[in-house]
Design a protein around this ligand. Sequence first.
Ligand SMILES: NC(=O)c1ccc[n+]([C@@H]2O[C@H](COP(=O)([O-])OP(=O)(O)OC[C@H]3O[C@@H](n4cnc5c(N)ncnc54)[C@H](O)[C@@H]3O)[C@@H](O)[C@H]2O)c1
Length: 358
Amino acid sequence: MTRVRIGMLGLGRIADLQCLGYREHPEATLAAVCDLDEARARARAADWQVPRVYTDPEQLFADPEIDAVDIATPHHLHAGHAIAALEAGKHVSLQKPPTRTLAELDRVAAAAARAGRLLRVFENFSYYPPHRKAKALVDEGAIGTPLSVRVKTAAGRPDRGWPVEMASLGWRMDRERCGGGPTTFDHGYHCYQMARLFVPAEIERVHAFIHWTHFPGGAAYDGPALISWQYAGDPPRFGSWEVIASLGLQVRSSYYASDDRLEVHGTEGIVWVNRCTGKLLDEPAVVLYRAGETRAFHDLPVDWAESFRLGTRDFVDAIREGRPCHQDAADARKTLAFALAAGRSAAEGREVAIAELG
Ligand SMILES: NC(=O)c1ccc[n+]([C@@H]2O[C@H](COP(=O)([O-])OP(=O)(O)OC[C@H]3O[C@@H](n4cnc5c(N)ncnc54)[C@H](O)[C@@H]3O)[C@@H](O)[C@H]2O)c1
């Protein structure tokens, strides 16, 4: 294959970053865009110089001059859109969380297997250069054996950072359309992925406190929250993710008004990733402590947009090279089960074993 011809479906808030890798890749063409909102689709096409504009996903899937579809619609539409695209013979990059349930994801995976097309779930924290640097340090043994992952999310004043339309927030706050809470399911998918990335062991048990904060007018936010888990195997290893709803805090960010910090403890050292979507701390993005010495890594691309560039570029390259692409359905299933276990734990007030989810 020479050039990969991409069609983007769902041109809302995140499309601003999702388009970058496709527009910049020398071997890719952003050939079509599709959104129910025709004005939005036409505006995007004009900004990005995209020749074909659709408002019906079926028209995009039927376009013979499209090789691959990037799907960024609300979660309740993911399974239907992905299956239809795969059945039309397209490769699919599907935004996280891939689906609302494991059964939906299994149907998407079966459609990909039947079609013999590439299906990848797009999870960008795995591509964020400071996370990659920290992962490389862990993999080369810089902290010994990883024992624990701790993630902390500060969600700040929503009127700072990127403007996000009410429609974009609305479907997230509806559990039927989102699949869970906007924080602990939607955003949480990234944090559960980080928990799995840095300690390469299966997640066995999950416990979650998730408080729903209600706002006037019916909107609700699933924070604060505290989620903990145990990894399988010996020695016992635990991790935790805390969401602080600091709704008066101004988080410096060019994107969402929220930031995630991460700490991985090992038998011989500790590595910190001090920023992600925003920039809460004015500190080096990655810091390593080992053998009485602290080493800081300043010289890394830290703009969150870079994770989108790298992630979409990887999809194009995987299609061209006929290879798998991070993250496949089997891996996504584990992260999704983790997210669903946290939601079930909070709802039922008990610890949930991943095995219960099937
Ligand atoms: N990787 C990340 O960090 C990240 C960040 C934000 C969002 N996301 C994911 O991206 C996806 C989209 O999120 P968003 O914030 O851009 O949402 P959004 O609500 O801003 O945009 C969704 C778009 O889909 C369009 N749409 C809805 N139904 C449609 C249909 N049937 N056919 C065609 N278009 C339709 C809407 O008109 C809208 O333009 C979600 O899966 C979300 O979880 C990922």
